[in-house]
Write a protein that binds this ligand. Sequence first.
Ligand code: SF4
Length: 95
Amino acid sequence: MTVQKQGTDELLGLDKFTVDEENAHIVLDKTACAVCNDKPCLVVCPAGLYKLNDKGEILFDYAGCLECGTCRIMCHQLKQWKYPTGTFGVSFRFG
Ligand code: SF4
């Protein structure tokens, strides 16, 4: 039996995302983000969707969300966290 090693990006690339362009299921409070010193979102999201720009502002794109809920637990200042509606969201495909 051959065991193949795959990186995180490679494994995440197997998943399929149907993005609801009209309705974000996670909405940040940019005002709260601006004064948050810890910014746990930068390290807890397994998909690495939270990033910091040159100005120290949080950038976020919900399109690759794995719906794990970790940011919901770690950040108490999100304006909204809910599962995507209907047929939208992630479809996990294991390699
Ligand atoms: S629910 Fe999980 S994958 Fe989605 S943005 Fe939050 S931490 Fe990242």
